[in-house]
Design a protein around this ligand. Structure first.
Ligand code: 3PG
Length: 206
């Protein structure tokens, strides 16, 4: 599936931190049950690669991606574990080269016009402004869209249930990412029904 097709699946992509790989499958199922089939497992814990693998193998209806990808090694390890896309908080020539070589759906993180220019040099036209609320929120997107009219954005960092609609109302925004759908305490308590309810509430509020 292309990046464009993946981002068309859901207006909101849950950004997830998994500490226990055994939580991965019930968590993905809870999200699917709520109505979202794209999710991002961040590579911030030692459980992340096994979590991606478990979801890819056991929950085939879910499109699982890897987040917080920092280098080509992680990009390829995530792909081999079954990730269908990758997201990074920033961008490097090495990552952009690897993703382009592999033709792997990749969302480079950007925080400036210079970053966007670097992404464009490698033909990436969909970028992740991060952390968008600190960068300037909606105004940041509008002012950069004016300069780079062919760009599509997948903002994250500070997006919440309360402000997501403002972002989703912008034509240049393909989807948004956020961690509010999978709070650490709900995962810890294995409150899968609570996560399904959060996903349902989010989709109703979009
Ligand atoms: C990300 O990697 O996209 C962010 O951690 C998500 O930001 P949030 O926790 O503010 O939603």
């Amino acid at each position: 599936m292309t990046l464009h097709e993946i981002l068309k699946q859901s207006p909101v992509v849950p950004v997830i931190v998994v500490h226990d790989e055994n939580d991965a499958v019930p968590l993905a199922q809870a999200i699917l049950q709520g109505g979202i089939n794209v999710l991002e497992i961040t590579l911030r814990t030692s459980a992340a690669f096994s979590a991606i693998q478990a979801i890819a193998q056991q929950v085939p209806e879910a499109i699982v991606g890897a987040g917080t990808v920092l280098n080509p090694y992680q990009l390829r390890k995530a792909r081999d574990a079954g990730a269908q896309f990758a997201v990074s908080p920033g961008l490097t020539d090495e990552l952009l080269t690897a993703a382009r070589e592999d033709q792997f759906p990749f969302l480079p993180g950007v925080a400036s016009a210079a970053d966007i220019m670097q992404a464009l040099q490698f033909d990436f036209t969909t970028v992740k402004p991060f952390p968008i609320e600190l960068l300037g929120g909606i105004k940041w997107i509008l002012s950069h869209k004016a300069v780079f009219p062919h760009l599509t954005f997948f903002p994250s960092g500070g997006i919440t249930f309360e402000n997501m609609k403002q972002y989703l109302g912008l034509e240049a925004v393909a989807a948004v990412g956020g961690s509010w759908l999978t709070p650490v305490d709900l995962i810890k308590r294995k409150d899968w029904a609570g996560i399904t309810a959060l996903v349902e509430r989010t989709l109703k509020g979009c």
